[in-house]
Every structure is written in C-alpha cells, then in structure tokens.
Write a protein that binds this ligand. Structure first.
Ligand code: AR6
Length: 184
C-alpha cells in the first residue's frame, strides 16, 4: 500500500509503502543481506521462504564464485517463486563497525546501479541495516532520502523509473514518512 509518493526532479517516482517486500510486483526487490549471503533472519529469511530454495542455492553459488559481497557491489539472484524478476542482495553495515553512513549509502547506490545495469524499471528496498544490524532508523531514513535523488542526479540516463521503500513495521514506516516529509 502506497503511503507517500514524490516525483523526483530527474523524473523517477519515489514511493513509501507499507507491506511485505516479498509480495511486490517489481523488477527487483533488494534484500538486506550479509556478506556471505547466509539468509538466516529478518527480511532475508522472509525472502528465502517466499522465493523457495532457489534463493539460497543461487546465493551460495554467487559467493562460491565471487567471494563475500561488499557494501558497494551487491549480488543478485532470480526471484524464485516471488513475483519479482530479481533479488538484489545488498549488504548494509552492522551498527558499530565504523563508517556506517558511507556503507549504507554505498549499499543503496550499488543496488540502484545494478538495477540500471540489468535494465530494470522498478526496484523496492527494505529498511536495510535497521533490524538485526542495529542501524538507527532515523539516520537510515535520512540517508535513503538523500542518496536516492543523488543517484539519479549523477546517473540520469538509466532505465529505472520507480523506486519503492517498503516498510514492514509501523515504527519504521512512521520514521521513514517523517524523513520523506522533511526532504520533499
Ligand atoms: N518485508 C519488508 N521488510 C521486512 C520484512 C518483509 N517481509 N521482514 C522484515 N522486514 P533485517 P538488517 C524489515 O534485520 O538489519 C539477516 O539475518 C524489518 O522490520 O532484515 O540489514 C541477514 O541475513 C527491518 O525494518 O536486516 C543479515 O545477516 C528491515 O526489514 C542481517 O539479518 C531490516 O531488518 C541483516 O540485518
């Protein structure tokens, strides 16, 4: 369900939604993954469950051939049984690991760049790092609101038209709506 929507100066639409990321009919959903793509808990486990065994199998194969996933260069797999075509596996920072703000921005930018590389039109993000990884929600929300428009200012010729932020729990939704209203 769309709660807030804004057309960016660069022409793309940014939306805040509440709901389950795994049900989104978009070209790619972004996973809040770890470097080893071991999808143990949180939204990663929900994606593994909804997508079926292909998600963990393709993820493990990716790590075997490319090594651990960095913040700036996300991995991707198919969407398995989910409506999305791809899952982009982005690695956010663990709060307390240092340079967390830069790392979260890198994960967001890397996901958008990969979506453009795959020639996708729509992408949906969860609130990366704000669950198990302990990143403060308010700070994460403001980084999302700043980083997404910045990406499109720098990369105006990509294929992406629609970016959704899909928030699951009400406190996170409220925090992201607040940051959205402050930014736009
Ligand atoms: N749809 C959308 N958002 C969801 C869903 C869902 N179905 N389920 C949970 N969330 P987290 P992290 C929200 O912990 O902090 C895993 O073990 C949740 O409410 O999933 O980046 C990975 O394998 C929260 O707001 O991600 C990593 O090891 C947000 O998703 C580690 O957790 C992110 O919470 C990553 O931790």
């Amino acid at each position: 369900k769309t709660i807030l929507q804004q057309k960016l100066p660069s022409g793309q639409t940014l939306e805040i939604c509440q709901g389950d990321l795994t049900a989104m009919k978009v070209d790619a959903i972004v996973n809040a993954a770890n470097a080893h793509l071991a999808h143990g808990g949180g939204v990663a486990a929900a994606i593994s469950r909804a997508g079926g065994p292909a998600i963990q199998q393709e993820s493990s194969a990716w790590v075997r051939s490319h090594g651990p996933v960095s913040h700036a260069k996300p991995a991707y797999t198919s969407g398995g049984n989910m409506p999305c075509k791809y899952v982009i596996h982005a690695v956010g920072p663990v709060w307390g690991s240092g340079q967390e703000e830069e790392k979260l921005a890198a994960a967001i930018l890397g996901s958008l760049a990969l979506a453009d590389e795959l020639k996708l039109a729509s992408i949906a993000f969860p609130a990366i790092s704000t669950g198990i990884f302990g990143f403060p929600k308010e700070l994460a929300a403001s980084i999302f609101m700043q980083t997404i428009p910045e990406y499109f200012e720098d990369q105006p010729h990509g294929t992406l038209r629609q970016v959704m932020l899909v928030l699951y729990d009400t406190p996170t939704l409220t925090t992201f709506c607040q940051a959205f209203k402050e930014e736009f």
